[in-house]
Design a protein around this ligand. Structure first.
Ligand code: GDG
Length: 478
């Protein structure tokens, strides 16, 4: 098998397997956020990507796709249940999002997580070039850095954590907390979304492992009386702003946005776009919105809320319950406040092509991002990127990572329903001049810090450590 200088390891490969009319399988680029984020970074690099192919028990040899080598990792139905739906999405996801849902601690899930992380590490070890770089992605793979270092001490390892890292008092609940920290510390660079996440991580290290930390670094004992320096700092992720801007100028998409507005027919269009996930604060948003209707501050003929809730993790119970609850609320609100002509909430439990998402962003006067906890939230940045005429208002939860950069949004605490209601009304009534002032500042931020810059700054730190190690090895050998 050929090898690569840069290997990305992620739970999913960046492609979906599709079957043609003749039953012949082929691969198609998948529309996920991580893929888009890394698309630019991986371009022209002759890199490799290690990940699951999207189907249980799928056994496929590594293959070329768009100039990169894709290396499928086989996962059985039991792996998927215990490692993915279980430990990743039933334990880590809720724990790291401040226990919005109760995390489940199950020893068999942990065992599966260890087993599968080892498998990903083995696949990466096989494909990385001597002295190469391996970049591990996200919370499903927190043990890969350590396993990989054991197998391939010559490679330099980066890990990026896309979701929040919780405060020590919460992280301490995890029965396998030390193993997880040791797993992550197998990397040379551990990246987080927010400064606060990196701080939480370092605090947990000091409390649980007693390793010294200083500004962005941790001193990890190497077992032979020496220490190894690990960088642990924040690298806020972003979007391919150019691509979103280009789509927003596409005449077909502009026409579509206009048509959507006309069909909706109200003066104001409020928009929410989220995976259907309890971290996104959809319930809180709907509560604030329905109370505004009940109070008479909003009417269905004046404002419509379009809520896209793309299907997510249907195999996890908490997601099934959330869906039922949201759909009940939507039906109630529409029943109570819609008229024959106007619908209070247009609820869409579907995924859409990116072009349609951009048309919705262009059509929306107010974008509602009310996450209870969110690593970054790319939707907020996408909305801002497409508003080239500096109109529109972003209502943004202070608990989303994006709030650190987009301070000119109207920031809300989504738990404060009265505050959220007032902020939605302020957004609807905001004068154009104020909209422009705020939007301009936010657009500059998103354009100056796009995803390419994110990737470059992370990999630059990885590369600096790689060079330092190579120089040291050379000096030791001299
Ligand atoms: C995790 C972290 C962090 C959504 N529905 C459709 C669709 N989307 C796209 C959005 C956006 C992406 O999916 C969602 O990204 P978010 O950042 O909002 O949220 P998560 O999926 O939870 O992502 C998050 C992110 O990782 C990156 O590090 O920001 O905090 O939780 O790009 O536009 N895209 C299309 N159709 C849909 O129906 N085409």
């Amino acid at each position: 098998m050929s090898r690569a200088d840069l290997v990305v390891v992620a739970n999913r490969l960046p492609v979906d397997r599709v079957e043609g009319p003749d039953g012949e399988p082929s691969w198609r680029r998948s529309p996920g956020g991580l893929v888009t984020a890394l698309e630019q970074v991986m371009q022209n690099l002759d890199g490799a990507w290690v990940g699951w192919g999207g189907k249980a028990d799928l056994e496929v040899d590594p293959f070329e796709f768009d100039g990169n080598l894709l290396v499928p990792v086989k996962l059985s139905p039991a792996d998927l249940q215990d490692y993915y739906e279980g430990f990743s999405n039933g334990t880590i996801w809720p724990l790291y999002h401040d226990v919005i849902a109760a995390p489940v601690y199950k020893r068999s899930w942990w065992d599966a997580y260890v087993r599968v992380n080892r498998r990903f590490a083995e696949a990466a070890a096989e494909v990385a070039n001597e002295g190469g770089v391996v970049w591990v992605q996200d919370y499903q793979l927190q043990l890969v850095p350590k396993f990989l270092r054991e197998l391939r001490p010559d490679v330099t390892i980066g890990y990026f954590h896309h979701i929040p890292f919780p405060a020590y008092a919460l992280f301490a609940q995890l029965p396998w907390r030390k193993q997880v920290l040791e797993g992550l510390l197998g990397a040379d660079v551990v990246g987080f979304q927010r400064l606060a996440d990196a701080g939480n991580f370092q605090r947990s290290i000091r409390r649980l492992l007693s390793y010294p930390t200083k500004s962005d670094t941790v001193q990890v004992p190497d077992g032979e009386g020496e220490t190894r320096l690990v960088i642990a700092k924040h690298y806020p992720i972003s979007i391919d702003a150019e691509q979103f801007i280009a789509l927003s100028k596409d005449p077909a998409i502009i026409a579509r946005a206009k048509a959507l507005r006309e069909q909706v027919g109200t003066d104001t269009l409020l928009l929410g776009v989220d995976r259907l996930d309890y971290t996104k604060g959809i319930r809180h948003r709907l509560k604030a919105h329905s109370e505004l209707l009940a109070d008479g501050r909003l009417t269905a003929s004046a404002a419509t809320l379009v809520q896209v809730a793309s299907p997510s993790r249907p195999g996890v119970e908490a997601y099934q319950d959330l869906r039922d609850e949201i759909e009940k609320t939507v039906a109630r609100t529409n029943g109570d406040y819609s008229s024959v002509e106007y619908t209070a909430i247009r609820y869409l439990h579907q995924g859409f092509p990116r072009e349609e998402m951009v048309a919705l962003y262009l059509a929306a006067d107010v974008m509602l991002v009310t996450a209870l906890r969110d690593g970054m939230n790319l939707v907020a940045k996408e909305y801002v990127a497409v508003r080239a005429d500096n109109t529109g208002v972003l209502v943004l939860s202070e608990f989303a990572g994006a709030a650190d950069e987009l301070g000119s949004a109207l920031l809300v605490n989504p738990h404060d329903i009265d505050g959220t209601k007032d902020t939605i009304m302020r957004a609807i009534n905001m004068p154009k001049a104020e909209q422009a002032r705020r939007m301009k500042t936010m657009r500059k931020k998103v354009m100056d810090h796009d995803v390419e810059k994110w990737g470059r700054s992370f990999l630059a730190d990885v590369d600096a450590l790689r060079k330092e190690r190579a120089d040291k090895a050379e000096a030791d050998n001299a």
